[in-house]
Design a protein around this ligand. Structure first.
Ligand SMILES: [Zn+2]
Length: 147
């Protein structure tokens, strides 16, 4: 049979497998890897449960391999230096702005009820994984002091 499909990754013509008539990627290992990555990227964007499971699995892997990052930094000095430079730039950007945007209309803005991310302010890590999602229902708020 003549190849009648075009691979979404490499662009080569291929014949789909008999049981996968809508096959979009050819059977090359690199193209199957591209298919898997595209699927995962799409899933991470659209499925909060999948995203949470991935984050949990990555955290578990890191706890099973506590020396991996240190070893990687030691053996990849160029990556380490680039990462440091970029982290310093992110820190400078973050420190130059208030964490929460204040309302420009007035100096006092009471906390509104709603969902918030809660994290340990003293913890060094900026990873969002260490943050709780909490719902705060404001029952009473301090009054702005008269000026
Ligand atoms: Zn291909």
């Amino acid at each position: 049979m003549k190849p009648n499909h075009t691979c979404a990754a490499c662009g080569a013509a291929f014949t789909p497998l008999v049981h996968v008539p809508n096959q979009r990627y050819c059977s090359l290992a690199a193209c199957q890897l591209a298919r898997r990555r595209a699927w995962q990227h799409e899933r991470l964007q659209t499925d909060p449960d999948y995203r949470a499971n991935q984050a949990k699995a990555q955290a578990a892997w890191r706890s099973r391999h506590p020396d991996y990052s240190r070893h990687y930094r030691e053996t990849h000095p160029a990556c380490r230096d680039r990462n440091r430079t970029m982290q310093r730039a992110r820190n400078a950007r973050r420190n130059s702005q208030p964490v929460a945007k204040m309302d420009a209309s007035g100096p006092f803005q009471p906390l509104a009820s709603g969902f918030y991310l809660l994290c340990d302010a003293l913890e060094e890590s900026i990873a969002k994984m260490n943050a709780w999602t909490v719902h705060i229902a404001v029952l009473s708020a301090p009054r702005p002091s008269p000026v």
